[in-house]
Ligand binder design. Structure first.
Ligand SMILES: NC(=O)c1ccc[n+]([C@@H]2O[C@H](COP(=O)([O-])OP(=O)(O)OC[C@H]3O[C@@H](n4cnc5c(N)ncnc54)[C@H](OP(=O)(O)O)[C@@H]3O)[C@@H](O)[C@H]2O)c1
Length: 301
């Protein structure tokens, strides 16, 4: 009988918490760690143990699953004081579900390889509830042998596993898809503010958009968030939406591809973050639109 992989989950926010729940549900009993202790404490009954630091989480671990906000967080958790990288045993694999740039992803993979640790990109297309229920789609990229070693964990993470080839491709896939999300939500906010200012009933307008052929599942979901003004219970924070749009623009530029519409969507999300809306759901781009009329005080779009 092959030995079951021992797993540690680091980063238990919306998405990481959902994935950790999923693994617990399937009997993996992972070690868990989160920067702020409260999010780890809720796993006390179902996790193997709660680690005190990323290095502590590495103890005895075959596979470390990261779901962290951004590149700064990934850098700190892997290479910071009490970091994971220095403590994992050679041959361990990091599965990284955080959305980062393809260049950061390739660089991180190289740095870990120098320590004898493999890294697999596993970008997830899902919201936290879908991750929790096993309905995520997982896009994996990296060394095929490393993917093979952690395949049972990748399979457990969702309902579909798609392998894309070399490191960077899963990150690219994620940024391509989230670009569409960011543009749709920005356009939705503008269209709604236009209709409301012109005298249309806000609730009727949002319902009409959600039920129309011009909508999409994510747009219909955000129409519901806007109708109920549930911005303070984020499934995907505006700050993370901004990050992904900025990453897409920068990465596309490295191929000589300009993304003018996505760039404008990013500027609108930057305005939302600067005005204190980064912790709200990405649907709060409507609040930003209603507050500034789509134009920054300094004249920027
Ligand atoms: N939400 C989605 O629908 C979704 C879908 C697919 C992919 N993603 C991606 O998945 C990742 C996590 O997203 P999320 O929605 O779960 O975000 P989130 O709820 O904001 O959670 C972010 C996680 O990162 C941790 N973190 C932030 N900065 C850190 C640092 N400097 N050091 C250590 N830990 C740090 C947070 O710890 P604290 O609890 O201490 O703040 C938390 O565990 C992001 O890269 C996001 O783009 C999200």
């Amino acid at each position: 009988m092959t030995k079951k992989l021992t797993v540690a989950c680091l980063g238990l926010g919306g998405m990481g918490g959902g994935l950790a729940d999923r693994l617990c549900e399937l009997g993996w009993a992972p070690v868990v760690w989160n920067r702020s202790a409260g999010r780890a404490a809720v796993f006390a009954e179902v996790a193997a143990r709660i680690a005190s630091t990323p290095a502590d989480a590495a103890d005895g671990t075959d596979v470390a699953l990261l779901s962290l906000a951004d590149e700064t967080a990934v850098e700190e958790v892997l290479f910071g004081p009490d970091g994971l990288a220095g403590a994992l045993k050679p041959g361990a694999v990091v599965i990284d579900a955080s959305t980062v740039t393809p260049s950061f992803s390739r660089n991180t993979t190289r740095r870990l390889a120098e320590l004898g640790i493999d890294r697999v990109e596993a970008n997830v297309i899902a919201n936290p509830a879908q991750a929790r229920s096993g309905d995520a789609r997982v896009f994996a990229a990296g060394d095929p042998a490393a993917i093979e070693r952690v395949r049972p964990v990748l399979v457990a993470m969702g309902r579909q596993l798609v392998e894309l080839g070399g490191t960077g491709r899963a990150a690219t896939m994620k940024l391509v898809l989230n670009s569409l999300l960011g543009v749709q939500l920005t356009a939705l906010a503008e269209a709604v503010s236009y209709g409301v200012q012109a005298g249309l009933d806000r609730d009727l307008l949002l319902r009409t958009i959600a039920e129309s052929a011009f909508s999409s599942p994510v747009m219909a979901y955000r129409c519901g968030v806007m109708r109920e003004e549930r911005y303070d219970r984020p499934t995907f924070r505006a700050e993370l939406m901004e990050k992904d749009l900025r990453f897409a623009v920068a990465d596309a530029a490295s191929y000589g591809v300009a993304l003018p519409v996505i760039t404008t969507a990013d500027q609108r999300y930057q305005a939302a973050v600067e005005d204190g809306r980064g912790g709200l759901d990405a649907a709060a781009i409507l609040l930003q639109q209603l507050a500034d009329g789509g134009v920054r005080n300094d004249g920027r779009a």
